[in-house]
Design a protein around this ligand. Structure first.
Ligand code: PEP
Ligand code: MG
Length: 311
């Protein structure tokens, strides 16, 4: 039977609780890095690169046309570096560019973007990167420069992959960019049912981790638009179908020695935290303001598991 957790009334120590499950933090804008690092998180579970690009107010293609490739690569290197510095040597998982075309269309140069009926089912994430390996190469060049500068805490995360084919193609492009995929830590987001069902084949392709993007995984599993207020009450990251996919992925990843993580909003929810720790997830990444609560929730669940195991 579920019992309500006892409220934690102990004075908040600046020292975070020691937990087996790592608790990380999500960072959407580089400027938030200092505040994020101050939470005592074990690293960054998701650094979004979109803001670094969207804040240029131009599409990558337009920015490169105006300012040149080097300036583009430098923008990315500088943005990521600020966060990697703040957290060093804690790991920083950087997601390659993932903006839907409707967001790019609002920028200068956006008229060149495809006009799509369903941008969320369209040209975004790794699909776009694999379709334009020439543009993706500049992004990968930024990673290679960071590695050359000694930022061995930087990890590469690929968004919206569907299958091992996406992974093999991305891996080849990383290698062509001079990134040693054996040495560096890289992995995928689990955001589509296909990626969840095919995670073993992706493990064979060499990923080090799989991270649940539950915002999209929920949207695509339940066919509920995450941005549509009319169906907002049906958007449920704790739906049994979503949890079953997540639980299965964790189990199969454990068999293949692949780390599992969550970087969607649901990672900040106590119910999801309880589910994930019970399933044996490797790490949880939460919003800056939720990190402390998640650390304590993880600690409670781990202690309960320990007690249950000796009873
Ligand atoms: C997700 O889909 O859960 C996720 C973290 O990515 P985004 O919200 O940027 O799509
Ligand atoms: Mg997503």
């Amino acid at each position: 039977e579920e019992t309500e957790p006892v409220e934690d009334v102990r004075p908040q120590s600046p020292v975070k609780p020691m937990t087996a499950t790592e608790v990380k933090v999500n960072v959407s804008i580089p400027e938030a890095a200092e505040r994020a690092a101050a939470t005592g998180a074990d690293g960054v579970g998701l650094l979004r690169t979109e803001h670094m690009i969207l804040s240029l107010n131009r599409t990558p293609a337009k920015f490169i046309a105006d300012e040149g490739v080097d300036a583009y690569v430098e923008e990315l290197v500088d943005g990521i570096r600020g966060v990697a510095d703040e957290f060093y040597p804690r790991p920083v998982r950087v997601r390659t560019l993932d903006a839907p075309t409707d967001e790019f269309r609002q920028l200068e140069g956006g008229e060149e973007e495809p006009d799509e009926h369903n941008p969320m089912l369209g040209y975004r994430g790794i699909r776009r990167s694999l379709d334009r390996p020439d543009v993706f190469a500049h992004e990968l060049e930024a990673f290679r420069r960071l590695y050359d500068l000694g930022y061995d805490n930087v990890e590469i995360m690929l968004p919206l992959v569907n299958d091992a084919e996406d992974v093999y193609r991305s891996k080849r492009l990383m290698e062509e960019a001079g990134i040693d995929t054996e040495k560096r830590t890289w992995g995928v987001m689990i955001e589509t049912p296909a990626s969840a069902l095919g995670v073993e084949e992706m493990a064979d392709a060499g990923i080090d981790f799989a991270s649940f993007g539950t915002n999209d995984l929920t949207q695509y599993t339940l066919a509920v638009d995450r941005n549509n207020e009319h169906v907002a009450d049906r958007f449920d990251e704790l739906h049994p179908a979503v949890l079953r996919l997540i639980g299965d992925v964790i189990e199969r990843c454990r068999e293949h020695d692949v780390d599992t993580s969550i970087c969607g909003q649901a990672g900040s929810k106590p119910e999801m935290v309880r589910f994930l720790v019970n399933e044996g997830v490797s790490s949880i990444s939460a919003n800056i303001d939720a990190v402390r609560d998640v650390q304590h929730e993880v600690k409670r669940v781990e202690q309960k598991l320990l007690l249950d195991s000796v009873r």
